[in-house]
Design a protein around this ligand. Structure first.
Ligand code: ZN
Ligand code: ZN
Length: 215
């Protein structure tokens, strides 16, 4: 897989520390399962984190406080292992297949206009995760973002004002970015997207539709 758009060190570290909302964590885990480069970087951060923890043991902490610390870490959503490389039987890599329960056919898809369909995935409140199915050549309505949006391509490719994104590529968009993703011709594009605030659509109709579709 020829991945050209990766996750930043900040995001990989935040994932390892368990600091990302569930929806973003899902995107990160899925990308890392597809991407040798990001997995290697994540493993190197984890090695450093482990060394810090081991050092703390020998310095001041008694046995009980170390045990308490470890229990605290384990009870959170800290990820002490980078997601394993995925074996791609279908289009859902391991972490996503585990989360979404199998493949696209097991999900509830709804139309959101322009031939685009989405399936909302369960996640904690701070951010939402969905799968988008964009027919080849079709556009996702022009929109801006109030927060952070991470989009990972699973099948096909899309292009927007910033770049072209193919399988395994992840696009990070923030408040400052306004874009119109268009699926490349040839193959329908399927993406996993996470957002931490409702998107801001520019055209009137999609904006009216927004409360119903939870985009
Ligand atoms: Zn990567
Ligand atoms: Zn966007």
């Amino acid at each position: 897989m020829n991945i050209r758009h990766h996750l930043s060190d900040d995001i990989l570290m935040a994932y390892s520390a368990g600091e990302l909302p569930e929806a973003f964590g899902l995107v990160v885990a899925t990308h890392v399962s597809m991407c040798d480069e990001c997995r290697a970087r994540m493993e190197s951060f984890e090695a450093v984190g482990g060394a810090v923890l081991a050092g703390a043991d020998s310095v001041a902490m008694g046995k009980d406080s170390l045990a308490a610390t470890m229990a605290l870490i384990k009870s959170g959503t800290q990820h002490d292992k980078a997601p394993a490389p995925t074996r791609r039987a279908g289009i859902f890599p391991g972490p996503l297949a585990a989360y979404a329960g199998g493949g696209p056919e097991s999900l509830k898809w709804r139309r959101v206009g322009g031939g685009v369909r989405q399936a909302i995935l369960p996640s904690s409140e701070e951010a939402s995760a969905r799968l988008l199915h964009i027919p080849a050549g079709a556009a996702v309505p022009d929109h801006g973002h109030r927060g952070l949006e991470m989009t990972l391509v699973l099948q096909g490719a899309f292009r927007d004002e910033a770049a072209q994104f193919g399988p395994g590529d992840v696009e990070i968009a923030t408040d400052a970015d306004e874009h119109t993703p268009v699926a490349e011709p040839g193959e329908d594009c399927i993406c996993l997207a996470a957002t931490d605030a409702p998107l801001r659509f520019n055209a009137l109709l999609p904006r009216l539709a927004q409360p119903f579709f939870r985009i």
